[in-house]
Design a protein around this ligand. Structure first.
Ligand SMILES: C[S@@+](CC[C@H](N)C(=O)[O-])C[C@H]1O[C@@H](n2cnc3c(N)ncnc32)[C@H](O)[C@@H]1O
Length: 288
């Protein structure tokens, strides 16, 4: 688990986490309880390649980012403190903004699956798929689902290019991913979500409040997140609208988080870039 030592996180916060909040023996025991080689081999998709923005970034100050067992083992113990006033409260509040009863759910960038499992528990009859680019995170997710006796399909892949069929889902969720991806990738993930959703399907993005992060620059400097400044400067609302979603609304969750929800509308607004173009030329529909 190679770790950079020159970051604010490593200098000030990591010692606090290591000394008071993380139980090293528990982490070690958990690490040793899993057969990482067998599980990562089984869960890895051979065609997946890692883009530079992901492979070269040291999320949370851990060198190698999510492509390490260290990131996967420490993710849950750290995240429980990273979502004030409480991880479950925040995740539940986001789920509560949904307005439909989904039957096929896709959780993009599902990580260790905490939110994915909560979705399955909220909608027990739904089929749920969790997709992530890190096989190590998926190993932990799969283990947690087995422990909880919950059926979820885990898939290794790129959220912006999943290879899954058009209109296959009626809910796509993306939690705590966009503050860790360049905005161009967040926008591409929303376009992919639009493609994957059926008409009337919902997309839900839970993440840090962009408004609060803009006002509190010191917050964005604390955690070693390479893209958080760009995330703070942007607008998930606007990105969702640009991807084609309608009824887009952002709701504050416990002041420092936000949940943005949108719906895939009946038909995309047709933009008549050539005023003389008729509906059939623009949409490709054969009329009459
Ligand atoms: C901060 S974690 C969030 C995990 C989970 N969604 C949650 O709410 O706890 C970010 C996750 O997004 C994944 N990720 C980042 N970029 C991705 C991409 N382009 N495609 C798929 N997964 C990605 C990372 O591997 C990591 O597991």
């Amino acid at each position: 688990m190679p770790t950079r030592t020159d970051t604010i996180f490593e200098k000030f916060l990591a010692p606090v986490f290591r000394t008071f909040l993380l139980n090293q023996e528990d982490l070690e025991r958990f690490y040793k309880s899993l057969d990482w080689d067998a599980a990562t081999t089984r869960l890895s998709h051979p065609a997946v390649t890692y883009p530079d923005y992901y492979r070269n970034a040291n999320f949370h100050g851990i060198e190698g980012g999510y492509l390490t067992t260290g990131a996967a083992v420490t993710y849950d113990p750290i995240t429980q403190y990273a979502l004030p006033p409480g991880e479950s409260l925040v995740r539940q509040a986001a789920i509560a903004t949904l307005q439909t009863q989904p039957r096929r759910i896709l959780d993009l960038g599902c990580g260790t699956g905490t939110g994915t499992l909560m979705l399955k528990q909220a909608f027990p009859s739904a089929e749920v798929v969790g997709l992530d680019l890190s096989p190590y995170m998926l190993v932990v997710a799969e283990h947690k689902a087995a422990q909880a006796g919950v059926e979820v399909q885990w898939r290794h892949g790129l959220a912006e290019q999943t290879g899954l069929p058009d209109g296959a889902f009626d809910l796509v969720t993306i939690s705590l991913v966009f503050h860790e991806t360049p905005p161009a990738i967040a926008k591409a993930i929303l376009r992919e979500s639009y493609r994957l959703l059926t008409v009337g399907g919902e997309v839900l993005v839970l993440d840090g409040s962009q408004r609060v992060l803009r006002q509190a620059d010191w917050l964005t400097n604390i955690f070693e997140e390479p893209y958080i400044h760009d995330y703070a400067a942007g607008s998930v609302d606007a990105w969702m609208g640009a991807a084609g979603f309608g009824a887009v609304q952002t709701q504050d969750i416990w002041w420092v988080h936000q949940a943005t929800r949108g719906v895939k509308p009946l038909s995309r607004t047709v933009e008549f870039t050539r005023p003389e173009a008729n509906l059939q030329e623009v949409t490709g529909w054969a009329l009459g």
